[in-house]
Write a protein that binds this ligand. Sequence first.
Ligand code: PMP
Length: 286
Amino acid sequence: MSRIVYVDGAFVPEEEARVSVFDRGFLFADGVYEVTSVLGGRLIDFPGHVRRLGRSLAELALANPHSEAEWLALHRDLVARNAVTDGLVYLQVTRGSAGDRDFAYPGPATPPTVVMFTQSKPGLADAPAARTGWTVIAIPDLRWGRRDIKTVQLLYPAMGKMMAKAAGADDAWLVEDGLITEGTSNNAWIVSRGRIVTRPLGTEILHGITRAAVMRLARESQLEVEERPFTLDEAKTADEAFVTSASAFVMPVVEIDGVRLGDGTPGPLARRLREIYLDEMRRAAM
Ligand code: PMP
């Protein structure tokens, strides 16, 4: 069945959707995106995602084409039109097309391109992988320096996924100066000496919306969270590890570069945080 997608103000069947070949998203990866999950037909942590969208746009001097209330209405409309129960809503805003190729940004007369689409993923929160955990490999972090902006420039993360696949692993953790930055499309965490550790915010990582929620919920549950950089070596000797993202929620990591963590099964804190996160987020879904 064909999806209904949203392009520049209109809901159309995906086969009819059109974007210019001169669109700057296509030519320069000049655009940002957001991903919000849907559980039971409702949006998970939407306020966080729409706020980060505003920040990403502002960092690139891109005008935000919609208010937060308008974005919410568009998300709900698209979810309803596609009858999504569990899945994801993707949105992309690019600097549009000035009708030619030129590095300089076009003037304000060129409107941004807005594209939204859904992916239906029945049982998204019951992924079998959450019961066995992911294996990851470490690869050098060769991305650009503004990873805090959620741009559509995802080639290196895609290469990282392929490196992981080739190595028989589920994902790759990125390493810079011996320190883990994050996963290809998620934030990286370890549990070391009873504390939950994740890298502090900066330009080196995406400011994960799931990361922020998990950190808040962990603290509310009297768990100790430490924001500090950690090395690949420390990760390999950690008691547990996990990643967070809007699509994987809290996903245990059981092996790094072939080194098993603990007994090689999802750790108790990762499992507990996944449960707390899903319970809490389902309750607050909109
Ligand atoms: N880091 C990167 C590089 C990502 O692509 C993502 C997922 N978009 C995340 C972290 C997790 O962010 P969020 O929890 O907002 O999905």
